[in-house]
Write a protein that binds this ligand. Sequence first.
Ligand SMILES: N[C@@H](CCC(=O)N[C@@H](CS)C(=O)NCC(=O)O)C(=O)O
Length: 216
Amino acid sequence: MIRLHHVPGSRSFRVLWLLEELGEAAELRLWSLTDGSLRSPEFRALSPAGRIPALEVDGQVVFESGAIVQYLTETRGRLAPKPGEAERAQFLEWASFAETQASILQNLNIHHIYLRPESARSAALTKLDTKRLEVTVRALEGYLQGREWLLSDFSAADCMMGFNVEAMFRFVRPDAYPALAAYCARAMARPAYQRAAAKSGSSAIYTQDFYELPNA
Ligand SMILES: N[C@@H](CCC(=O)N[C@@H](CS)C(=O)NCC(=O)O)C(=O)O
């Protein structure tokens, strides 16, 4: 039995989507980002930094989404090039790039949504992180010219983008990034993505389609 510790709209979606792509059944254990439960001894025993996701699989617990995704591709022998195979370096690069971009998205979630009271929010930091997000979005737009997926075929590196595709165009407008917008739409249209989205439940995070930069 595989059990995924999950919050809708969070990085655990990467794993949920990959499990669907692999045809692996999993039970979901739902947590909240805001009720303090991720700081509990019970959850810290699963994920020492108190972060989602953690996966109970093959008689052990694996934390860190990148590690989980790599573990699943290696043990299931699918959806990633093996060491020594073509595009192995690119797989590792884009899986890590997804996490670099996700950490910026997480900061923007904090700036726009989680930080309370609103007066505690920094317009300067929000603008800085939006600029940093734009650098990653521009890089993806350039890379994806003429490509359908991050590697020559769909891979688990694309699943690593499973948190990002739903989030990035809430902070930058898609108009200047048609290849990336098409990539996000293509990812979200995959049957396994749709099944994962239906199982996940709606995102507890976003209440707006777009978050404008603060004026100050
Ligand atoms: N590098 C970690 C990051 C995990 C992470 O920050 N997860 C977020 C949800 S997307 C979380 O648990 N946040 C709770 C917190 O920061 O307290 C991974 O990829 O698993």
